[in-house]
Design a protein around this ligand. Structure first.
Ligand SMILES: Cc1cc2nc3c(=O)[nH]c(=O)nc-3n(C[C@H](O)[C@H](O)[C@H](O)COP(=O)(O)OP(=O)(O)OC[C@H]3O[C@@H](n4cnc5c(N)ncnc54)[C@H](O)[C@@H]3O)c2cc1C
Length: 290
């Protein structure tokens, strides 16, 4: 049996620590000054894949990320938590890609990984915040998509049943495979790293990272080929360079504004009956309620 799950994950600047230098003059995020983390909903997506592997133990989980060399960090993190291998899509020509170009690059890489049964992404990345990449990738691959996935109800080799979390309730859907799923933050949290896997994969490196190492890993990597994290370029995925980077990105950032909430726009409400009554009256008067 072969059952292949591709998990799309992004290393993102930790936007919880945004300061005044967070944006560059050209409207792009100044990634150099913000700590880089595993996009939170992509950890929910990884857990979704691991749960499927609990049901289908022979399933193979491949972590796919597009980013600079240091994005290999999230591949190692995924390996520690249970992914089988990772691929870093990296090339200067990917830089500056908007969602259209990003989903094109990812779709081309996923095509190279055919045959696959499932593609699983997070719903949204905390930096770009568009939630477009998953659905756009599905479109480009001609796959059905299940968005806002919250829980895996059942899975077989041919079919998956998923509960979706919607604004006003839940919906259970069944879909034949292959399908692309985007996972919500309300889904189960990702299981922690396993100590044994940390020992197994702590030296996993891309070729670029190996070149920067002071220690010679040649013998170790010859003995343990699973430690090599593959790097794919634009040419490796047979993508058209003009559809990537700034030239392939129709999105243009026209203006960036800092929104600063002033104290007078906030109101502190205690849990006393008087305060709650007053808040309810305000909400009814302003037609938010009623
Ligand atoms: C003009 C311009 C220039 C930009 N330049 C850059 C740049 O140089 N570098 C940069 O990183 N961003 C850049 N961006 C931001 C870029 O558009 C988005 O970060 C990227 O396309 C993903 O969109 P998103 O963050 O809204 O992801 P969403 O659509 O919110 O992401 C949904 C899900 O898709 C998957 N996903 C998204 N991105 C990736 C990825 N890279 N690899 C694997 N899975 C992924 C994840 O599972 C994620 O949870 C630029 C944007 C613009 C408009």
């Amino acid at each position: 049996m072969s059952f292949r799950i591709i998990v799309m994950a992004k290393q993102v600047p930790d936007t919880r620590n945004v300061g005044k230098d967070a944006m560059k003059a050209d409207g792009t995020v100044n990634r150099a000054i913000l700590p880089a983390i595993y996009n939170p909903e992509d950890l929910n997506a990884l857990e979704f894949a691991l749960k499927i592997k609990d049901h289908l133990p022979d399933a193979e989980i491949i972590l796919l990320t597009m980013g600079p060399s240091r994005a290999a960090e999230i591949i190692r993190e995924a390996l520690y938590r249970g992914a089988d291998k990772g691929i870093l899509l990296t090339d200067r020509r990917f830089a500056g890609s908007d969602t259209l170009a990003t989903s094109y690059a990812l779709a081309m890489a996923i095509k190279k990984l055919q045959p696959f049964d499932l593609v699983i992404a997070g719903r949204q990345a905390i930096d770009g915040d568009t939630a477009q990449v998953g659905p756009q990738t599905a479109e480009k691959l001609g796959l059905p998509q299940i968005t806002y996935a919250e829980n895996l109800e059942s899975v077989t080799l041919d079919e998956i049943t998923i509960r979706r979390r919607l604004e006003r309730g839940v919906e259970t859907v069944k879909c034949p495979l292959p399908v692309l799923i985007t996972v919500n933050s309300s889904a189960q949290e990702c299981r922690p790293r396993k100590a044994k896997r940390v020992m197994q994969f702590k030296h996993a490196r891309t070729v670029t990272e190996l070149q920067e190492e002071t220690r010679d890993y040649t013998e170790l990597f010859d003995q343990r080929p699973y430690l090599t994290i593959e790097e794919w370029s634009v040419d490796d995925v047979e993508a058209m360079a003009e559809k990537l980077g700034l030239s392939g990105s129709p999105t243009k950032v026209k203006k960036i504004e800092n929104v600063v909430f002033k104290a007078k726009e906030t109101k502190i409400i205690s849990d006393s009956d008087t305060d709650i009554d007053e808040m309810m009256r305000d909400l009814i008067d302003s037609h938010v309620l009623g």
